[in-house]
Write a protein that binds this ligand. Structure first.
Ligand SMILES: [Zn+2]
Length: 177
């Protein structure tokens, strides 16, 4: 990372609500400290309800996510997958993630832990790790130019703390302690 001044922070979640629930306070803290935050959503969240039809639900969740991002003046980016449709590593998927990282040029990425309960979460985590390094390879051509530095990656705590041993804690309000 460049240091504490004007960093670009990329939160990259599988679904709308993952970033807000699991690292929303941290993203807000980065914004509060003057850093630029981008929130990226891999899937539309279209299958996250028992009754609301997918197309209708995707619209609702996009609206909610954009309103949440606006609170911390974060730009939101949508990768266009449907829930449950990021299946492992493919060159096409990896290029989409490389391009996102090259577009945002983050100093730090917050994303899912490699061990998580949802297949979309673990797929995103794996793709981010592989794409972050590949984003610096100049002869690997995508729409955006290669980065000079590999972004740092922090894994966010999975729901229920599943197999997760944290070594960094973020205190959103230091006056609480
Ligand atoms: Zn999720």
């Amino acid at each position: 990372m460049k240091g504490s001044d004007n960093m670009r922070i990329l939160g990259l979640g599988a679904h709308p609500d993952d970033l807000e629930i699991n690292c929303g306070g941290t993203l807000a803290r980065f914004h509060q400290l003057g850093h630029q935050v981008v929130m990226a959503f891999a899937c539309s969240g279209d299958k996250g309800h028992f009754r609301i039809p997918p197309a209708e639900l995707a619209e609702i969740r996009k609206q909610e996510a954009q309103e949440a991002a606006a609170v911390i003046q974060a730009k939101s980016i949508w990768l266009g997958y449907q829930d449950g449709e990021i299946v492992g590593e493919s060159l096409q998927n990896r290029d989409i993630f490389i391009d996102l990282i090259r577009q945002v040029q983050p100093d730090l990425i917050l994303t899912h832990s490699p061990v998580d309960y949802h297949a979309d979460h673990t797929a995103v985590s794996r793709l981010v790790v592989d794409a972050a390094f590949m984003s610096t390879v100049p002869h690997l051509k995508t729409r955006y130019p290669a980065l000079n530095d590999v972004p740092q990656i922090y894994f966010i705590e999975p729901y229920g703390g599943m197999a997760f041993q944290p070594d960094v804690y973020v205190i959103s309000n230091p006056h609480i302690l």
